[in-house]
Design a protein around this ligand. Structure first.
Ligand SMILES: NC(=O)C1=CN([C@@H]2O[C@H](COP(=O)(O)OP(=O)(O)OC[C@H]3O[C@@H](n4cnc5c(N)ncnc54)[C@H](O)[C@@H]3O)[C@@H](O)[C@H]2O)[C@@H](O)CC1
Length: 534
């Protein structure tokens, strides 16, 4: 079976660097024609969705660089399909002549296209070809780009103007597109921050840059999808048993917040843990066994040497014994660093830079799972190296990477666009999920799911180490389970379960673990046996 490649994005700068050898080899014009052809195909698709193509009007706002060149060539192609093609320059020289890509304009004129000062009111599609990866400084939205016809669909060429293709930062004004047709590779700026909001549906056009794109983690942002998650959290081996599937220690909940213990333990069990062992006070122990007779419960938790992953934090009471409970888990991991550690919720306010340094030195695999507010508080206590204290920086990914590298722990930043980074710079974006997960308790469930995914991996590693030579096949090399990829896979399962249960009309965190069970069962055993969330 051939594994489909995991989608990924790179910075706009990396795409520019990838183009360089091809430009040096004189292939610039060919690249532009290729990009323009792809852009024209997507514009045609938008037009077909609205009515007949012949007789439709497509206008393009055209800037001074190659982005504008792409738009002009695309208009020329569209003109040949019977479209009225109108180019609107956004910059003119001192004689009033448009400043734009000369060959592109010549091609458009030869095809019967026209130029105008403003976008015609009858335009069905407006192509934004003002600025692409060459955007620097601030974007002052030109008059021609204001008050676009209300009925027109905006299709951005490569990157919506005003969006930084590296970071997603919008500087000055920004163009909101229905579709962004991007060339060579997905750009990180189209998937992150405000850039993701402005880009709309992002469509990739392959222009042959593949071999020239960077493969190293710092420049790649991978996008977690179902097939990748399935490879990272595979069905248990035929001869598997509870210990080979992974034991999760869940240190969560308190007399004050008993539900978190149940949600986190449920998440671990439903994600396929061989065993979940909850450590907590009498109240939470009773709640957990009532919800899950299969769970083990005790005051101390499982023996460190028998534990594959620990989850600590959801629902701990920081006015009671939270710190002691956290320290016990930390010490258990230090005693057996083969076990992974998930630091969530209250534990994010307890963990110190010294704890992280000790865990890193012991070789432990640690994932912290803050949401935006917890991340802000965490980085106040344990700062991002090199941060100037100027507050929220636009390049969140760079901050996450810097923090993770300095403290040796992976970070899973929960939000509308969940990101995972690891100390070596590996980064993942979640390609699933929506606002249905924005209710109390879903984070507790995620901590358990993450514990189960990490525990399964730790148990597989332990087994592989015992059975010498049991390593991955060559075909799986791209998917060697790294800490960041496993965490992203867990986030994907959780998000897919949220989407599944929302479709089925269930909205609460209490029912989410069962949906996780359905999602995992379908993934492992197919539709026939995985019907729980339907
Ligand atoms: N290099 C190539 O051969 C290829 C480039 N491609 C296209 O070319 C684009 C990059 O082209 P360029 O490097 O020419 O860059 P752009 O076309 O993005 O912009 C460059 C121009 O915009 C001006 N500019 C920059 N920031 C500005 C601001 N804030 N306000 C006003 N003007 C500003 C610059 O002075 C320059 O004239 C890509 O996004 C893509 O669309 C594609 O055709 C593929 C091949």
């Amino acid at each position: 079976m051939t594994a489909s490649p995991t989608p990924f994005a790179v910075t706009g700068s990396a795409v520019r660097a990838a183009e360089e050898p091809l430009l040096a080899a004189g292939q610039g014009a060919a690249l532009m024609r290729c990009a323009a052809w792809g852009l024209a195909q997507h514009v045609l698709r938008v037009l077909r969705g609205r009515g007949p193509v012949a007789g439709a009007t497509v206008a393009a706002l055209v800037g001074t660089g190659n982005n504008g060149g792409d738009a002009l060539w695309a208009l020329a192609l569209l003109r040949r399909r019977g479209v009225a093609a109108v180019a609107v320059p956004i910059a003119r020289d001192e004689h009033g002549a448009p400043r734009w890509h000369a060959e592109g304009w010549a091609a458009l004129r030869a095809a019967g296209g026209t130029a105008a000062d403003v976008v015609p009111a009858r335009a069905d599609v407006v192509v934004d070809g003002m600025l692409g990866t060459g955007f620097r400084g601030e974007f002052a939205v030109p008059d021609a780009a204001r008050g676009l016809p209300a009925g027109a669909a905006v299709v951005a060429c490569d990157v919506p103007s005003g969006v930084d293709a590296d970071t997603g930062e919008v500087r000055g004004g920004g163009v909101r597109a229905e579709v962004t047709v991007t060339f060579g590779a997905l750009k990180t700026g189209l998937l992150l921050g405000d850039g993701a909001d402005l880009a709309g549906d992002v469509r990739l056009v392959d222009i042959g840059l593949g071999p020239h794109l960077p493969s190293a983690p710092p420049e790649r942002l991978r996008v977690m999808d179902g097939p990748t998650a399935a490879r990272l959290h595979p069905a248990p081996a035929a001869d598997g048993h509870k210990y080979t599937r992974g034991v999760v220690g869940v240190v969560a909940g308190s007399a004050r917040y008993p539900g978190a213990a149940v949600l986190s333990t449920s998440g671990a069990l439903e994600a396929g843990a061989g065993m979940a062992h909850h450590a907590g006070p009498a109240t939470t122990r009773a709640a957990v066994v009532t919800a899950h007779p299969e769970a083990l419960v005790s005051a101390e938790g499982p023996a460190p040497e028998r534990t594959d992953a620990w989850v600590v934090g959801p629902g701990l009471d920081t006015e009671d014994d939270a710190r002691e409970r956290f320290i016990r888990v930390r010490d258990a991991v230090l005693a057996n660093p083969r076990a992974a550690l998930v630091v969530d919720a209250s534990a994010l306010t307890l963990v110190t830079a010294e704890d992280l340094a000790a865990l890193r030195d012991a070789g432990a695999r640690v994932v912290l799972t803050p949401h935006a507010g917890e991340w802000a508080r965490l980085t106040e206590r344990i700062p991002v190296p090199g941060a100037d204290g100027a507050g929220h920086a636009p390049d969140e990914l760079a901050r996450l990477r810097a923090w993770s590298a300095a403290h040796g722990a992976a970070v899973l930043l929960k939000g509308p666009r969940t990101l995972v980074v690891a100390p070596d710079g590996e980064a993942w974006l979640m390609g699933e999920g929506g606002p249905e997960l924005g209710v109390g308790g879903t984070g507790d469930v995620l901590s358990g799911v993450l514990g189960a995914v990490l525990a399964a991996d730790a148990a597989r590693r332990a087994r592989a180490a015992e059975e010498e030579g049991a390593t991955c096949g060559a075909g799986e090399v791209e998917h060697v389970p790294t800490l960041a990829s496993l965490a992203a896979a867990a986030a994907w399962l959780h998000a897919r379960a949220g989407a599944d249960q929302a479709r089925a009309g269930r909205m609460t965190a209490g029912t989410l673990p069962a949906a996780v069970g359905g999602t995992v069962a379908r993934m492992w055993w197919g539709e026939a046996r995985g019907t729980r969330a339907d």
